[in-house]
Design a protein around this ligand. Structure first.
Ligand code: ADP
Ligand code: MG
Length: 621
């Protein structure tokens, strides 16, 4: 298959000029008949890896996908691009289903999305047995593995289905989950045959990563959101109660917010998700139940109101930001309570209840370890991206220049006196208390709790009264990270001495820490993503920069068309496409086709209406 042909398909249907990392190799393999396993992070562009070959192979491509909303979205996007595609799942009435199958049998669709449960039904098998199926693509392939959190038993039937087909099609599996267990499960349970495996990097350079410990989380979140007018974002909260609370406050203050959590009815959740998808509501406040089905490409920021239980969850949720490749921002608002909440959840997890005692202990120990690594992410003073990439077993980036640590200035200062008092206080109370009691004690706080524990008689009571709490916390966390102190693994997180502790108190070891130079909280500044966005536009075509009113006009036209077509606006054109258009200001068909994301089909359908914005109306052909 020539390179030209692939690129022509990419341009014609998707409007893109080049492949991203990994895509071409996977496409080539599928076209040559060899199975593949593509492991690429969220937003990397896995769908194109099977959609492009699907349009080049003679027969039908079946795409197995776990979620109805996801299928609907992808099929709508393909239809918008002029590809004949359909889905078969339980959202269709029996009549609709029969009709779709009949069309499929007539060879009307080149791509058919199908829910895994359907594969076993007699009707579907009957259709598949008589059709020419060239490829089976399994999306979200980690659902086949019990190791992942999204296990779907019906995925286990996929291999059986493929075996029943008269001729074995080439099989492609795609996932963002990179752990070894999942990868092995995918290969063996889907019975991939000597698959060509591509793993692309986990880095998402367009995402700004930030961690902040604001005193008032709500005020921090609000101020962040205020600085992103007209943009879509997700605010993840740890509990349903908090979702309700935050969403209500935002609504009261006039923000366009909606909410999503497992306590709402199916209908409420559907409406909520749709409002967000269609840009009718800009802010989605949600628990982690708002998840896998989100394919919206123009989510510009993800705020974590609480620290999640591990980095896997964090990166997956934050990864829903800026799938269009434009700059996006992911910020985490850390509070000490977050650790306690997560510890409680680990100790009281319902899933764990069902496990045998021994297994449960192992699972919990793993969970605690992951929580610890997540917590350290919130305290590290080194590059956040570097930390994440190394966590996932990759070579780090060292200094990414696009995270809150790389953009803050730190200085190394001696903190031996502070460290000595903290270790001394832990020792003097016979290692019975957790972080907050110890900090209150050295600060000399006069609270009921301190009096109850008689910590006002502790030798170190008030010893560090003049030092800002932020600094005390920072030093304490450094001591924990470096093993001068430890904390118990239960929900109380009691501070304990270690065999390194006496180096400070007795052996006169000097302790240094990297502390932020300025106290001013970074999220109050203009953030990097905004600066970068402007710089990027300056760099792109013709030295022109995007004018806000122009972007708004293009968006308004997009909304108008979306309403007519009854599809979400981003399926007409992505934000990135509109922005590029606003910079290029195309005046002809040829110029319009140079805009990223404008393919021939979409040009015919909508391009002229957008051209009219840049021309006097009567000049358009
Ligand atoms: P994934 O399934 O890996 O999370 P998607 O397949 O949903 O990611 O793709 C994410 C976004 O990237 C989509 O908006 C898609 O159109 C875009 N995209 C994919 N490949 C390319 C490419 N080669 N050039 C430009 N944009 C691309
Ligand atoms: Mg995908």
């Amino acid at each position: 298959m020539s390179k030209g042909e692939k690129l022509a398909v990419l341009k014609k249907y998707f409007g893109y000029d080049s492949f991203r990392e990994g895509q071409e190799a996977l496409i080539d393999s599928l076209l040559s008949g060899r199975d593949v396993l593509g492991i690429m992070p969220t937003g990397a562009g896995k769908s194109l890896c099977y959609q492009v070959p699907a349009l080049m192979l003679p027969g039908i491509t079946l795409v197995v996908s776990p979620l109805i909303s996801l299928m609907k979205d992808q099929v709508a996007a393909l239809n918008q691009a002029g590809v004949h595609a359909a889905y078969l799942n339980s959202s269709l009435t029996y009549g609709q289903y029969r009709k779709a199958l009949w069309y499929a049998a007539q060879g009307r669709y080149s791509i058919i999305y199908v829910a895994p449960e359907r594969l076993e039904t007699e009707e579907f098998l009957d259709f598949a047995g008589n059709a020419v199926i060239s490829m089976v693509a399994v999306d979200e392939a980690h659902c086949v593995s019990q190791w992942g959190q999204d296990f779907r038993p019906s995925y286990l039937k996929i291999a059986e289905f493929i075996q029943k087909l008269p001729a074995r099609p080439v099989v492609g599996a795609f996932t963002a989950t990179a752990t070894k267990e999942v990868r092995q499960d995918v290969i063996s349970l889907l019975k991939l045959q000597e698959p060509f495996v591509v793993t692309t990097g986990y880095d998402r350079p367009n995402l700004y990563l930030g961690v902040y410990s604001p005193k008032d989380k709500y005020a921090a979140a609000r101020s962040f959101i205020e600085r992103h007018p007209g943009q879509c974002g997700i605010v993840y909260c740890a509990t349903r109660r908090l979702v309700e609370e935050v969403c209500e406050r935002l609504q009261e203050e006039g923000f366009s917010a909606t909410r999503y959590h497992a306590g709402l009815s199916d209908e409420e959740r559907r409406i909520s998700q749709e409002d967000f998808t269609y840009d009718r509501k800009l802010i989605m406040v949600a628990t982690n139940a708002f998840g896998m089905g989100i394919d919206k490409s123009n989510v510009r920021y993800v705020v974590h109101y609480n620290m999640p239980k591990n980095l896997e969850s964090y990166y997956q949720e934050a990864g829903r930001c800026a799938r269009d490749g434009e700059p996006g921002e992911c910020i985490l608002l850390y509070g000490g309570q977050d650790v306690v909440t997560n510890q409680f959840l680990i100790e009281n997890s319902q899933e764990n209840e069902e496990l045998e005692e021994e297994v449960r202990a192992v699972v919990q120990a793993k969970d605690r370890e992951r929580l610890k690594k997540m917590t350290w992410y919130c305290f590290t003073h080194h590059c956040l991206r570097d930390y994440i990439l190394k966590y996932f077993g990759e070579q780090g980036t060292h200094d990414c220049g696009n995270c809150s640590n790389c953009l803050s200035s730190f200085e190394t200062v001696e903190v031996t006196r502070i460290a000595g008092a903290l270790v001394g206080c832990v020792s003097a109370c016979r290692q019975r208390f957790g972080i907050s009691v110890i900090l209150d004690t050295v600060r000399g706080a006069d609270t009921a709790r301190i009096r109850k524990y008689r910590m006002n008689y502790n030798l170190y009571y008030g010893a560090l009264a003049g030092t800002p709490e932020q600094i005390l916390r920072s030093v304490l966390n450094d001591l924990l990270c470096q093993g001068y102190l430890a904390s118990t693994d239960d929900q109380y997180a009691v501070l304990k001495l270690t065999d390194k502790s006496d180096r400070i108190s007795q052996k006169g070891e000097r302790i240094f820490a990297k502390l932020p130079k300025e106290e001013k909280e970074l999220w109050q500044r203009e953030t990097f993503a905004e600066e970068k966005r402007r710089a990027d536009f300056r760099g792109k075509g013709r030295n022109a920069s995007l004018q806000r009113p122009m972007f708004d006009r293009l968006k308004a036209l997009r909304s108008e068309i979306a309403r007519e077509e009854k599809v979400p606006p981003y399926l007409i054109f992505s934000d990135k496409t509109l922005e590029h258009m606003g910079v290029l200001k195309p005046k002809s068909k040829e110029e319009m086709l140079q805009v990223t994301g404008v393919g021939q089909y979409k040009f015919e359908k909508y391009g002229r209406r957008f051209l009219a914005i840049f021309l006097d109306k009567d000049q358009v052909l």
